[in-house]
Design a protein around this ligand. Structure first.
Ligand code: ADP
Length: 325
């Protein structure tokens, strides 16, 4: 399904929705007018039946008028209740349909992104290996190809991990195997790995020693790696990425800050939604699936913590994961 047909679907659903809603409300108004007319007719007939010379005429007429007024009030009450229920249902359906269409658009973007993300490293790895097999290369070119191949397989690996973890988390996070983790060591080792992989980048560790949290090591590793990877991905090569860990009286704070493109206020909450990527898929140049931050949020929820993003000064973003202690 192309983006165009998704838009057409949305327009069709919106038109059907408004036509139906207008029809239901018109039917309700028509029902009210018909009942009210009938009410007036009945009252007039009953009035016509009483003899004007009857000494109790005025009293009887008042009783008929009173009953007509009560009927009118009853119709208005019932009509208003129906109207409120219809409006409530309409708002509910509108939100549900919009959410569903948005989700299916995001899933579509996700499928496009994931196909690209899977195909590129496989194609690059295949080409590199074929070149290594067929040609006698100089040592430095040989090493460069191997490094490039390793980078691509690392990307493939973290992508597969994210996809697997996302489907596991959908089924509920398993928190039974939580243990004490030396967060300082874990982050230090992650920072070292990134420094080896990205030799041209400035990656600064600002890590207080021996800070422990209770949790699932693989998940925390994934959280840290996703945040550092994003910080590198969404900032220029000249921008430094700083990872810090601090402990205060009630929380352990893990912060990853960059000097990159930053995040607009409207996107600050939404980037933690599944498949959400800021900007337009057609003009976006960075690779990704919109799963990383969703997983980070899920992981933090599973560790009784929170994750949020704020602006870095003068530019960039700061992601803060806070573990309650
Ligand atoms: P992905 O990076 O695969 O698109 P994520 O879930 O990790 O998915 O991130 C969601 C979106 O949040 C990204 O598409 C990007 O627009 C934005 N984002 C994440 N991290 C940063 C960052 N450090 N700086 C600027 N934007 C970011």
């Amino acid at each position: 399904m192309s983006v165009f047909s998704a838009k057409k679907k949305l327009v069709f659903a919106t038109v059907v929705y408004w036509v139906l809603l207008t029809y239901i409300i018109t039917a309700l108004v028509w029902w009210f007018i018909a009942l009210q007319n009938q009410n007036t007719l009945m009252a007039n007939m009953r009035l016509a039946e009483i003899n004007k010379d009857d000494p109790a005429y005025l009293q009887k007429a008042a009783v008929i008028e009173d009953s007509k007024a009560r009927k009118t009030a009853q119709y208005i009450g019932e009509g208003a209740t129906f109207f409120a229920l219809i409006l409530l249902g309409a708002v509910f359906v509108f939100n549900a349909v919009r959410k569903q269409i948005k989700l299916s658009q995001q899933q579509q973007n996700f499928m496009m992104a994931i196909t690209h993300e899977l195909k590129t490293p496989i194609a690059v790895t295949k080409l590199n290996l074929e070149t290594l097999q067929r040609r006698q290369l100089q040592e430095d070119t040989h090493q460069k190809l191997i490094k490039n191949t390793l980078q691509e397989t690392n990307r493939l690996n973290s992508l597969c991990n994210n996809i697997l973890l996302a489907s596991q988390l959908e089924a509920g996070l398993n928190t039974t195997s939580q243990q004490d983790i030396n967060l300082s060591e874990l982050v230090e080792s992650s920072v070292k790995d990134f420094a080896i992989r990205f030799t041209d980048r400035q990656i600064i560790g600002n890590i207080d020693e021996a800070i422990y949290i209770n949790g699932e090591e693989i998940l925390i590793e994934m959280l840290v790696n996703n945040l550092i990877e994003n910080a590198l991905k969404y900032s220029p090569k000249t921008g430094a990425v700083t990872i810090s860990i601090k402990e205060n009286t009630d929380a352990v704070l893990l912060q990853v800050s960059d000097e990159g493109i930053g995040i607009a206020d409207v996107d600050k909450k939404r980037i933690f939604e599944k498949f959400y990527r800021a900007g337009d898929e057609n003009v976006r140049t960075t690779k990704g699936t919109g799963l990383g931050l969703y997983l980070c949020k899920k992981i933090m929820q599973g560790h009784r913590g929170t994750i949020s993003v704020t602006n870095n000064q003068p530019q960039g973003s700061i992601f803060t994961a806070s573990f309650n202690v």
